[in-house]
Design a protein around this ligand. Structure first.
Ligand SMILES: Cc1cc2nc3c(=O)[nH]c(=O)nc-3n(C[C@H](O)[C@H](O)[C@H](O)COP(=O)(O)OP(=O)(O)OC[C@H]3O[C@@H](n4cnc5c(N)ncnc54)[C@H](O)[C@@H]3O)c2cc1C
Length: 427
């Protein structure tokens, strides 16, 4: 059996942050990083916009501002980002405050999906040069914590320390690991919402601020704004029973005037926290995803704001010509009536936020604007960590979005560094 001092599962920013830290602080140790994909699948590969201001991407239950700033400094020193310029922020902030909303000013960079892919390849090459073994296209299936080895579809791999950082898509896998390892967890929070797509001239704030972070009453916020050469995409999920549903998401390529489609997309998400008797946010979200898939013939739903306001479903004709003057960037969606699929409380809060947003940035409620549903963020696992470095068992650590320690690339990278420090303390 192959033996390593540290095995890192997941080559996203959490895994990367950990790998570089471990190698720098303890050059002699044998490290393996494995990923089920050839190139990691999270945000570094999709749009790769990075936020460098607390609390964006740092769940406050795990991060004080001081701790986050401490690690963010290391992330900045390593990635050397060039921050995007912002303009007119005070004007938008004043408008928002008058309505009881707020706009956070965040340091950001944007590499785009193509730029992100280039960065991932460079980082993997650097890890390899540093003598870290990479097993890409190899998935961890299970673990034997007593005998300290993991099992992939190809082999058994021994470890002294194990870091599992499988991202949001690894949510189900991580839940399985927690059951196997007997790590208690809470799963009572989920973010549910819509993705908005419109012409940039209807949401021109993105020319002043690439990914504006608005906060509205009732725990609604804007999230993951993409513009220029921007596209809505869908992510496939499957339940334990094998039923499929989709969540939408968005990304953009690096700025390049030749290919710009003139569109912007962003999510409006509401955080929902459940109390007894419903214990699982994931189960609730899955049911909503399945309901939307049922109504959309297996696809997510899309509706023009004009139709939504009139209380009518969108039809195929709503997505061509005339007043409805741009094509949806995600064609594999079903025209429909999202208000039949979204629970009333969530829809009311989101629609109110949209009206507020339209007052702050006039135009976003143009009849042609498209609302895609569902956009669901399943990063609600909250394992019972043994310490502040995300240790869950004597020799095992979790980190990243799937484990709830982050909600973005920079937070995930910082989580990776923090867990690596925990590992180093014990080696
Ligand atoms: C479409 C999309 C766009 C996004 N855009 C942004 C953005 O612009 N900015 C931002 O800050 N965040 C963005 N995010 C969120 C972003 O993905 C995360 O914040 C960040 O990537 C989390 O890092 P991570 O290391 O925890 O997980 P990930 O980056 O998801 O990496 C986890 C890795 O683990 C691998 N893995 C999973 N299970 C296994 C297994 N069993 N065995 C081996 N490997 C496994 C996966 O293949 C994956 O590569 C986006 C997410 C998506 C899905």
């Amino acid at each position: 059996m192959d033996q390593y001092d540290v095995v890192i599962v997941g080559s996203g920013p959490a895994g990367m942050g950990a790998a570089f830290t471990l190698r720098e602080k303890k050059p002699g140790i044998k490290i393996l990083m494995l990923d089920r994909e050839k190139v990691s699948t999270g945000g570094m590969r999709n749009d790769c916009k990075m936020n460098f201001t607390y609390p964006i991407g740092f769940p406050v239950e795990y991060w004080t501002e001081e701790a986050a700033e401490h690690y963010l400094k290391q992330v900045i020193d390593f990635l050397k980002p060039t921050f995007l310029e912002k303009n007119n922020i005070d004007i938008y902030q004043k408008r928002a405050e008058r309505l009881g909303c707020s706009l956070l000013e965040i340091k950001q960079t944007h590499l785009g999906t193509d730029g992100g892919l280039k960065l991932i390849k460079e980082l993997l090459a650097r890890l390899s040069e540093l003598g870290i073994d990479l097993a890409l296209g190899e998935a961890m299936e299970t673990v034997n914590a007593e005998k300290q080895f993991i099992v992939t579809e190809k082999r058994e791999i021994g470890y002294k320390r194990l870091l599992i950082a499988p991202g949001r898509k690894g949510f189900q896998f991580l839940q399985d690991m927690m059951r196997i390892l007997d790590v208690p967890f809470i799963d009572n929070i989920v973010d549910i919402g819509v993705r908005i797509e419109t012409r940039i001239e209807h949401y021109p704030i993105v020319r002043d601020y690439y990914d504006p972070k608005f906060y509205f009453p009732e725990k609604v916020r804007t999230f993951c704004t993409n513009s220029g050469n921007a596209h809505v995409v869908r992510e496939r999920y499957a339940t334990n029973r094998g039923d499929q549903w989709y969540s939408v998401n968005g990304h953009a390529f690096a700025p390049d005037n030749k290919h710009d489609n003139g569109l912007v997309n962003f999510a409006l998400l509401k955080t929902v926290r459940f109390t007894a008797p419903l214990a699982s946010g994931q189960a609730f979200a899955e049911n909503l995803g399945l309901q939307a898939a049922l109504m959309g013939g297996g696809h997510p739903l899309m509706q023009r704001v004009g139709d939504f306001r009139l209380g009518s479903r969108s039809k195929e004709a709503s997505f061509s010509g005339d007043l409805y003057d741009f094509e949806p960037s995600l064609r594999t969606c079903c025209p429909g009536d999202i208000s039949l699929a979204i629970p009333a409380k969530i829809l009311r809060a989101i629609w109110k936020a949209m009206k507020n947003l339209d007052t702050i940035v006039p135009g976003v409620l143009h009849p042609s604007t498209i609302m895609y549903y569902p956009e669901i963020k399943l990063y609600a696992n909250k394992p019972a960590y043994q310490d502040e470095r995300f240790r869950v068992k004597e020799d095992i650590w979790f980190a990243g979005d799937g484990a709830g320690t982050s909600r973005g690339i920079t937070g995930a990278w910082a989580s990776g560094i923090r867990s690596a420090e925990g590992i180093l303390d014990t080696l």
